[in-house]
Design a protein around this ligand. Structure first.
Ligand code: AMP
Length: 417
């Protein structure tokens, strides 16, 4: 069974074709800078040389057409006909608390996602645009929405209810949702497997540190803690998002500085985080370079980023009730920034966590980065949200067992290219 996984951002479409029985990536790529000048297309068929070219792509519809052309291209393609695609799995973010697993798309689901756009303004519009475009060119196959929030459907009430009057939860559905579910689910399961442990008896803290960032506590395959909240801005400081701020700051922006809701949203979602503190960039590589060159605000941004991740990792560890079997780093920064890993773990020595400088030099590969014999192993596990999405999509289309359980049976790392 071949599943096309689509992850649409505001100006990009990432795609990957996965052959589900072998958990094998047949090829993956990205249409980047959609709607902008100097658009870029990259496609890497598994085991062959990647194709890269400029591609001015007006919108997501045109982007999906480029993807299908590449997949079926007679020279560089990996399938002969779009009919070989059995289902499409779309990475989705938020459609409210009724979502507890993968859902086959229909108009009702589209409306539900639209209704929750206010809480995920950076994510819901582009993911829906990607779905609409793909459904138009592949109308005969099932399209499945796999939601970042679904992993958290089993969070206990004490972890998702806010301490505001209870009727705001009951009447208005104001609660913590949690995001990056596919990633935390994958890396926690894979970390157990990597250490030769049973995922059903394994307690870990997972740090997804990318442009968006969050920490989860995962006990026996189920989340007990998430740093993310009602929307996608809470918890850790991120690339452009502020993370936790005192609600009084927001009241001050509105009451005293007379900022509108739209202005406040833009400030908190787009102009804060690494970008807002460093004044340089939301990209960790730029911020690290600037700090090395002596820029004090860039150095402050690094300190704040590590501090917020460490605080939430400690909080997540509390949720594990007395046992921490591993601390896991993933996503762009977590996989590739030894400095950030060292800064975070150095604040967590109380938990028995530290890195070994030599082992911690690793970038983008599965590894134990703590010293041999350290009380709590620290791991780098490159995330594979696409594989989780493909497994969940298969479940939704065919019915089947829990995706994580099947991941545990896969016997080794999936063969993603
Ligand atoms: P993601 O959202 O998971 O794609 O992660 C993007 C983030 O990862 C950006 O802030 C990048 O700067 C960061 N990143 C990627 N490669 C590196 C690297 N070699 N060193 C530090 N940060 C990196």
């Amino acid at each position: 069974m071949k599943i096309l996984v689509i992850n649409s951002g505001s100006s990009s479409i990432k795609f990957q074709l996965i052959e589900i029985e072998g958990r094998a990536s047949l090829g993956k790529g990205i249409v980047d800078r959609i709607g902008l000048k100097d658009g870029l297309f990259r496609f890497a068929p598994a085991g062959r040389e990647a194709v890269e070219r400029t591609a001015d792509v007006a919108d997501h519809r045109a982007g999906i057409a480029v993807v299908l052309d590449a997949l079926t291209d007679h020279a560089t393609g990996i399938i002969r006909d779009p009919a070989e695609i059995d289902a499409v799995g779309h990475r989705m973010v938020l459609a409210g608390p009724s979502i507890s697993g993968p859902v086959v798309f229909d108009e009702a689901l589209v409306r539900l996602v639209e209704r929750h756009t206010r809480l995920a303004p950076l994510h819901n519009p582009p993911t829906l645009a990607g779905y609409r475009a793909a459904a138009e060119v592949l109308p005969a196959v099932p399209h499945v929405g796999v939601f970042d929030t679904a992993f958290y459907a089993t969070l206990p009430a004490r972890s998702y209810v806010y301490a505001i009057p209870y009727e705001y939860y009951e009447r208005h559905g104001i609660r913590r949702f949690g995001f990056h579910g596919m990633s935390h689910q994958y890396v926690s399961g894979r970390a157990a497997e990597f250490l030769g442990r049973d995922p059903a008896d394994f307690r870990c803290v997972t740090c997804h540190l990318g442009n968006g960032a969050s920490v989860a506590g995962v006990k026996d395959g189920k989340p007990v803690y998430t740093s993310l909240g009602f929307g996608t801005v809470a918890g850790l400081m991120m690339g452009t998002r502020c993370g936790d701020v005192d609600p009084d700051v927001i009241l001050y922006l509105v009451d005293t500085l007379k900022m509108s809701a739209t202005e406040v949203r833009t400030l908190l979602y787009r102009n804060s985080g690494l970008k807002g503190i460093s004044g340089i960039s939301n990209d960790m590589r730029d911020v690290e370079r600037a700090a090395d060159a002596g820029n004090a605000r860039a150095a402050l941004a690094l300190e704040m980023f590590a501090g917020s991740a460490a605080r939430h990792a400690a909080a997540a560890a509390i949720g594990l009730e007395g046992r921490l079997d591993a601390l896991v780093f993933t996503a762009g920064i977590g996989e590739n920034s030894p400095r950030t890993r060292e800064m975070i773990t150095s604040k967590l020595s109380l938990l028995g966590v530290s890195v070994d400088r030599e082992a911690n030099a690793v970038r983008g590969a599965e590894a134990v980065v703590s010293a041999p014999g350290a009380p709590v192993p620290v791991l780098v596990i490159p995330t594979n949200e696409e594989l989780m999405i493909a497994l969940e999509t298969r479940d939704a289309v065919l019915g089947g067992r829990d995706a994580l359980a099947r991941l545990g049976q896969a016997g080794g790392a999936p063969t993603a290219s």
